[in-house]
Design a protein around this ligand. Structure first.
Ligand SMILES: [Zn+2]
Length: 372
């Protein structure tokens, strides 16, 4: 009798365990779980090994993950962290979102290391052992020869090859605003990538990562203001302080406004985009001011062209983000590749690279033209 009660109790406990797992997994798993419940005699470990986290449809998502109703399938829902981490190497509707910004992060990391190697000989020696380092310089030189589409790369290769200029350049202008921009960009791209990779784990992590993503965007926008404002208004500390304080305050206010969890919901997409776009386009004020102050400077037009390209890239990217084109035209057709968020990511990287091009020219300008 006692052993019978014990057996009943064990079965009941097993059922409760099953219920818990069902609550934390997608409905595809429910079916598998029901199957495995019928084989109650199997050891529990085997049950866990059998359970696979499949991709689910939009309807099967928990409410907090329903963000874009035009993407119909290939969702990961409430996956454990190890599974979510491994999904970096499998196909689902976030794969391209993760990789676009992860690759962007590595591009900016590479640019940062190239610049650091210019000041820290040990890093240069270390990079010299890497096979891609030499080829990256070759690519930069090639772009220079092809008409210098990427003027930033041109100046970078010059900086790296003309060693005699090292001490002069280092003494000419502070480098930290340039590294603030590179650091801000890397932080934004990496946090965005992490957000897309792990937001499928739980509601709590989803809300936290969404906030981190917004903080990353705000940090990148604020950091982008540092090189132009610092180098253009180098000789006018009052304006430098006014503009950098203003954008930093706007960044803090934006992050504070977006800390409310319900503002992460899909329906506030346009509101969020407006806040960030407002921050970005406030740069028009110092840009016009700078254009007037440096009217005779020959590099003005090139930097303006880069900054206009950056603004255009961010504007077009934001338009895709808000409108959810093309998936709204053919729901389900762009689930894996080609949906608006992926296009938005590509434009963000294009905008950041255009700004990098402008920043290297500002740096070059201040190495040659000092306040005295
Ligand atoms: Zn994103």
């Amino acid at each position: 009798m006692e052993s019978e009660v014990h057996e009943q109790l064990q079965l009941h406990m097993k059922d409760l365990g099953g219920l818990d797992v069902r609550n934390n997994s997608c409905s595809n798993n429910n079916k598998k779980k029901k199957k495995s419940n019928s084989k109650k005699k199997k050891p529990k470990r085997d049950d866990d090994e059998e359970r696979k986290y499949g991709l689910v449809s939009y309807e099967e998502l928990p409410e907090y993950m329903k963000e874009n109703e035009y993407i119909l399938g290939y969702y990961r829902a409430e996956w454990p962290i190890p599974n979510a981490l491994l999904s970096l190497f499998s196909w689902h509707n976030e794969t391209i979102n993760i990789w676009t910004h992860l690759l962007g992060f590595f591009v900016f990391l590479g640019l940062t290391l190239l610049h650091v190697s210019y000041y820290v000989p040990q890093v240069a020696d270390l990079l010299g052992h890497l096979p891609w380092y030499g080829s990256s310089l070759a690519v930069e030189n090639a772009s220079y020869n092809m008409g210098s589409f990427f003027v930033g790369a041109k100046s970078l290769s010059e900086l790296n090859t003309v060693a005699d200029h090292r001490s002069t350049a280092a003494a000419a202008a502070a480098r930290w605003p340039f590294f603030v921009f590179l650091g801000g960009s890397m932080f934004c791209l990496l946090s965005s990538s992490a957000c897309h990779l792990l937001c499928c784990h739980s509601r709590r992590l989803n809300v936290f990562l969404a906030r981190l993503d917004y903080v990353g965007i705000a940090v990148m926008i604020v950091a982008s203001f540092f090189p132009p404002i610092y180098y253009i208004f180098l000789c006018d500390p009052r304006w430098r302080l006014v503009y950098l304080s203003a954008i930093s305050a706007m960044g803090c206010a934006t992050v504070f406004a977006l800390l409310s969890p319900h503002l992460s919901a899909g329906r506030f997409r346009a509101y969020r985009a407006m806040l960030f776009a407002g921050m970005g386009f406030s740069g028009v004020v110092p840009a016009v001011h700078a254009a007037v102050v440096n009217w005779g400077e020959p590099r003005r037009n090139v930097t303006m062209a880069y900054e206009v390209a950056m603004a255009a890239a961010y504007a077009v990217g934001t338009a895709f983000y808000v409108s959810r084109v093309p998936e709204r035209w053919r729901p389900g057709r762009f689930d894996l590749a080609g949906h608006s968020h992926q296009i938005f990511h590509v434009f963000v990287i294009a905008g950041a690279l255009a700004h990098y091009g402008a920043a290297t020219i500002f740096l070059e300008f201040r190495d040659e033209v000092s306040c005295s």
